[in-house]
Design a protein around this ligand. Structure first.
Ligand code: PLP
Length: 396
């Protein structure tokens, strides 16, 4: 373990004094990580089934990403987007090639990627001569981030109520309800924005029928289909992009989380005519796609896009969910790939999560009855077995 100049108690006290209380932190100070494991300040090791909430797709400190960051940091870390840089164009080309989208815009987080997506959709309607098309439809229980527009898009009043007034012209529909979607989309609709699998509210996959209906409605009414792939994108669901599970391609897609293997980065990809809508001055980000972030992302995405990588995630994800489903006290183990929601028989998610932590496993409780697992995509079968073994004792 590396030396640390403060104890856990001292760090927690200073945190309380100097950092705003926006997070309900668990009483653990993490200091290092490798692969699927992290260590706390006292040297205790944990198997990390949360991976920075679906960020550390290649595990902690993956060699290819560390190397890319080191090399780029010694060459050119940052320059303005007023100039061309090689890492950014290499990344954009790679993302376009693997997604079938047309062009990319780079930013620094998922919320920013969604902001860019919504701005793009709004401008697209105006460019098309339809300024009356302003309404953005999203799903109840969705999660799209924490900026003012992103909490407005997020169909959960608890994230909105203290921050009103909200930007106007958002409408919410129950997720996976085909008829409700048909009733909601009309001439005023600018965009329909959906997560392929709702993550934050407890891992609820959409259905192919629902997304196909959304695609048809957007085509019929000339509005944009936006997929928020911030959590589902880049391998999480066992496909490179969540939309591939449903055979429905969006017009606009947001990415972040796994994108740069732990380095902060977001992207918005657009297809066809949507790729040509933004002009200089319409949208920007000082840091978006800077050489350091782009190099980290290029290394990460290159690894995830290697032949066979996705097959492994699918295979291991299926095995993981099947093993969990057999566990006493588990009502359901749902999800796709390594995006897993464990629905518990008893509403004790928080108590179980604490016990998992005591036993050296990091999991993410959602509400009273769900535990979310979004582990590194490189989690091995032996590590899955280790967790399932512990779950058998803890959950029952
Ligand atoms: C689907 C989805 N969209 C957007 C976000 C927001 O991303 P960020 O926290 O990087 O702004 C998240 C974060 O959890 C998410 O899961």
């Amino acid at each position: 373990m590396k030396d640390c100049e403060m104890t856990a108690a001292e760090i927690m006290a200073e945190d309380k004094k100097y950092i705003m209380r926006t997070y309900g932190r668990l009483p653990v100070v993490l200091t290092e990580g490798k692969g699927c494991r992290v260590k706390d300040i006292d040297g205790k090791e944990y198997l990390d089934l949360v991976a920075g909430i679906a960020v550390n797709g290649l595990g902690h400190c993956p060699e290819v990403v560390v190397k890319a960051i080191k090399e780029q940091a010694e060459t050119l870390m940052h320059t303005s987007n007023l100039y061309y840089t090689l890492p950014q164009i290499k990344l954009a080309k790679l993302l376009v090639e693997i997604s079938g989208m047309t062009k990319a815009f780079f930013c620094n987080s998922g919320a920013e990627a969604n902001e860019a997506a919504m701005k793009l959709a709004r401008k697209a309607t105006k460019v098309a001569g339809h300024p009356e098309k302003t309404v953005i439809i999203t799903a109840e229980k969705s999660f799209h981030g924490r900026t003012l527009a992103a909490i407005t898009a997020t169909g959960q009043p608890k994230y909105q109520k203290m921050f009103t007034p909200l930007p106007p012209d958002y409408k919410y529909v129950p997720f996976n309800d085909v008829e409700a979607l048909k009733a909601a989309v009309d001439e005023k609709t600018c965009a329909v924005m959906l997560e392929p699998v709702q993550g934050e509210s407890g891992v609820h996959p959409g259905t192919a029928e629902y997304f196909k209906t959304a695609r048809e409605l957007c085509d019929k009414f000339g509005c944009a289909l936006i997929f928020d792939e911030v959590q589902t994108g880049l391998g999480r669901t066992g496909k490179l992009f969540g939309f591939e599970n449903f055979g429905v391609k969006p017009d606009i897609m947001s990415l972040a989380k796994t994108l740069a293997g732990g380095f902060p980065m977001g992207a918005m990809l657009a297809a066809g005519k949507y790729a040509e809508v933004f002009e200089p001055g319409d949208h920007a980000s000082t840091f978006g796609g800077n050489p350091l972030a782009a190099a980290a992302a290029f290394a990460t995405v290159s690894e995830i896009a290697k032949p066979g990588f996705m097959d492994e995630v699918t295979k291991k994800g299926d095995y993981f969910r099947a093993e969990l489903a057999k566990t006493e006290g588990v009502k359901e183990a749902r999800g796709l790939g390594f995006m897993i929601g464990i629905e518990l028989e008893k509403p004790d998610a928080r108590a179980y999560a604490e016990e998992f932590l005591n036993k050296g496993f990091i999991v993410n409780p959602i509400g009273d009855s769900i535990i979310r697992l979004v582990p590194p995509l490189i989690l091995s079968k032996a590590e899955i077995d280790e967790f399932v073994g512990a779950a058998k004792n803890i959950i029952k």
